[in-house]
Design a protein around this ligand. Structure first.
Ligand SMILES: [Cu+2]
Length: 64
């Protein structure tokens, strides 16, 4: 699944988002792209749980 995270603007943001998603699912594969402000996540968890984790990091997201 892939999310657009408009306010993700630097390495601090990507680290915070990756940390929260990994807390949700330690097996998750997280790839962030600052250029397109997207986060690609490979996980068994539902997208709603992942977007909640991104929100917990302090960011709004939309499923792409
Ligand atoms: Cu940042």
């Amino acid at each position: 699944m892939k999310f657009r995270v408009p306010d993700m603007s630097c390495g601090h943001c990507t680290a915070a988002i990756t940390k929260e998603i990994t807390a949700l699912d330690p097996q998750a594969k997280v790839t962030t792209d600052l250029e397109t402000r997207t986060v690609e996540v490979t996980t068994e968890r539902p997208s709603t749980a992942v977007s909640d984790a991104i929100k917990a990091a302090g960011y709004e997201s939309a499923l792409v």
